[in-house]
Design a binder for this molecule. Sequence first.
Ligand code: TMP
Ligand code: ASP
Length: 260
Amino acid sequence: MMRMARRKQIYEGKAKILFEGPEPGTIIQYFKDDTTAFNNQKRAVLEGKGVLNNRISEFIMVGLDRIGVPTHFIRRLNMREQLVRHVEIVPLEVVVRNVAAGSLAKRLGLEDGAALPRSIIEFYYKNDALGDPMVAEEHITAFNWATPQEIDDMMALALRINDFLSGLFAGVGIKLVDFKVEFGRQYEGELVRLVVADEISPDSCRLWDIASGDIMDKDRFRKDLGGVTEAYREVARRLGVLRDVEGNGAKGPVLVKDED
Ligand code: TMP
Ligand code: ASP
């Protein structure tokens, strides 16, 4: 692609590519249509998914910034790219759960959908070769992946993000079952602060339609339920971020609906 040829690629992940940004300290995050699950064992290209996740993640990051949760997001550049701050990624996936599902339900023998006594935070070590194993604070501090203060900060931020997202989604008829977030260190002279990095999208959340119980997230792909992009599009539509996506890079069948 012409557009990509002139820039220096820094990293290619499973769902995104990072390029050097226009100014020092910035990065361009490109959202691919590639979708993987079970640590890359299951793969597909879902046309238009990257466009939707770019918009949904932008909307969420802007909302977080507005309530005082700092993020790496600077601005969206186009249908598939956003400008973000260059941060040092903390090698942890921070998962917040409100309802039993996925690996927690399996590990503890809980029924999918069972309410949890309170929101639960878990840490996973970001390491594809090991399949992102769950770790305890003991491992995190012993191996220096994060300091005790950073663990406290990540937990406090994760709960604020959970409150914000739970309310945001509940307002459009969606239950936030769980989600994963990543943090990065932003260096400002002598100071270091943690900011939300990566993306927050239906790739990294479990979202259930409150009225029907329908799955509206990447579990549709993991469980071969079909209609993955359609579900992501519905999430985007309900959040009100779809208006100018259609017919502009989001390929495939397009549902045109008037806003209520
Ligand atoms: P889990 O139940 O499979 O542990 O997933 C918990 C949440 O984290 C769920 O919302 C999906 C998300 N997640 C990711 O974003 N990336 C991953 O690699 C995994 C395993 C889960
Ligand atoms: N993100 C992981 C993968 O790409 C696992 C998952 O989301 O299920 O394989």
